[in-house]
Design a protein around this ligand. Structure first.
Ligand SMILES: *Cc1c(COP(=O)(O)O)cnc(C)c1O
Length: 486
């Protein structure tokens, strides 16, 4: 299988060739030339597979230049009950993404699929843990090394560090805003003592950290010499690893492959739900893909109106579901490419317009950039929005009705899922974090602390290892050189 750029660049790389990279050379995102199809017989044959075996079956369709036995070994090492050990009491950790029926009444069924049982208690571990093993495997084969530079406001940085810790040939340099993350998030990252993990606390805000990463990445000579890479959410392997749990969720919620399910996904960068879109394109019987946003409703606006209008950093609100606080959705271009039936020239024009004019309009109204909004429903997409008061009310309601504490992002999902429930079609809400990560809001909603999984009880009192730095591109460059010796 070969990959193409959503903006039409002529090269057609393989899975391994795009694994360690980010954007295509023309600024587009990578997609497979065509989506592999899964027949209902094949889907049926996957019903009894373990998570690791299912991951092998799905990944083998995309990573055709990696021997299947190697994929199986990597998946088996990644998807274990030991790695995903933070399952709730009563849930089966060996299922990796266990399902829990919240409500079944009449023909209606509301189910939660736990994706946040990995080491950092958020769904990003689902893909990042595999990426750590895939990167190590690929680098060893090439005799190469990689220095990952990233900026984080919380979840992504810790997922990357826990995935890459102790991996041969890999170092992680992670910038975070000094004293601006929650105590729990800070402790999670800074308590890591692995010599290949470097936490850099920048005297500034998240945008300063991101500007420093951009500043380093724009120096192509430095980037090549220091073997700098990234693991941001546009990485294709991350998206593909996420496709697996849509299959798992479907198989766990149905008994026959002529049944349908819907998924509701708390969304920010459109990475998670993009994987659901791909699963649906492969033939998974998904009725609706419900995009749930918070107050930062760029995506909800598009799915309501056909107008995609990105926000400025200053317009991006800080909310109590902070991992969905985005101003533009970096994976959205992948869906637009499919919506435009692979017209790369138009995709390029639209996303150039995002940079120059702050968005585009596919509503079909006079003066718009196209009328494809009318076809969005054919892809199953609908949306909804949840704000702080909804979040609190949902956390309380879920606690009262089902005796369960859910995190703020998952609460946004549940609120929106209820708006799109259909008779006889199970609605699966993806749980994207455990509540312990966002305890401040749990206290506000319930008046008590969220439960902490075993091993996290005293995380804030562990010794912390980090360096403080001014928001200065040259300072981070000097730091990297000093620690890589390259
Ligand atoms: C990253 C994240 C999201 C958003 O996922 P996207 O792939 O960016 O849409 C939602 N919830 C939590 C807890 C996250 O960490």
């Amino acid at each position: 299988m070969h990959y193409l750029s959503t903006r039409g660049h002529a090269s057609k790389p393989s899975f391994s060739e795009i694994l360690l990279g980010g954007l295509a050379p023309d600024g587009g995102l990578y997609l497979p030339e065509s989506y592999p199809e899964v027949s209902s017989d094949e889907l049926e044959s996957w019903r009894g597979l373990s998570y690791a075996a299912l991951a092998t079956a799905v990944l083998s369709k995309f990573a055709t230049d990696v021997p299947e036995a190697d994929i199986a070994a990597l998946a088996t090492k990644t998807y274990t009950a030991e790695v995903y050990r933070n399952a709730r009491p009563g849930d089966d950790a060996a299922a990796i993404t266990p399902l829990r029926t919240l409500e079944a009444s009449g023909g209606r069924k509301l189910v939660m699929q736990a994706l946040s049982n990995g080491p950092t208690l958020a769904f990003k571990d689902m893909a990042m843990q595999l990426l750590g093993n895939l990167f190590e495997y690929t680098l060893q084969k090439q005799g190469a090394e990689l220095n990952i530079l990233g900026a984080t406001s919380g979840d992504t940085g810790s997922a990357a560090e826990y995935a890459m810790r102790g991996k041969k040939g890999i170092r992680v340099f992670m910038l975070s805003p000094h004293k601006k993350m929650s105590a729990f998030q800070t402790a999670q990252m800074f308590s890591l003592q692995d010599p290949n993990i470097f936490n850099i606390a920048v005297k500034g805000v998240f945008d300063d950290c991101q500007d420093m990463v951009k500043g380093v990445s724009n120096d192509l000579g430095f980037k090549a010499q220091q073997k700098i890479g990234t693991v941001n959410s546009i990485n294709w392997a991350r998206v593909v690893a996420q496709v697996v749990y849509y299959f798992r969720g479907y198989l766990a919620a149905t008994t026959r492959s002529d049944q349908k399910v819907s998924f509701t996904v708390p969304s920010g960068n459109f990475g998670n739900i993009c994987a659901g879109h791909i699963a649906r394109m492969m033939g998974l019987p998904i009725s609706k893909l419900v995009v749930a946003t918070n107050e930062n409703d760029v995506l909800h606006e598009f799915f309501q109106t056909g107008v995609y209008r990105v926000r400025k950093s200053a317009e991006t609100l800080h909310t109590s579901s902070p991992s969905m606080d985005i101003s533009k959705a970096s994976n959205f271009e992948r869906f637009i490419y499919d919506l435009l039936k692979g017209d790369a020239a138009r995709v390029k024009a639209l996303f150039t317009k995002v940079d120059t004019h702050g968005g585009f309009d596919l509503s079909g109204k006079p003066g718009s950039d196209g009328d494809e909004f009318s076809q969005v429903r054919d892809y199953g997409f609908v949306s909804g929005k949840s704000v702080h008061a909804d979040r609190l009310a949902t956390i309380r309601d879920v606690s009262a009705r089902y005796g369960l504490t859910v995190d703020t992002h998952t609460a946004d999902g549940i609120k929106v899922a209820r708006e799109h429930w259909e008779e006889d079609i199970p609605m699966i809400v993806l749980e994207t974090a455990l509540p312990a990560k966002f305890n401040e809001t749990i206290r506000e909603a319930l008046g008590h602390d969220a439960e902490r999984p075993a091993g996290f009880e005293n995380i804030e009192s562990l010794p912390q290892r980090f360096d403080v730095m001014e928001a200065d591109v040259d300072a981070v460059k000097r730091y990297i050189v000093a620690h890589t010796g390259l």
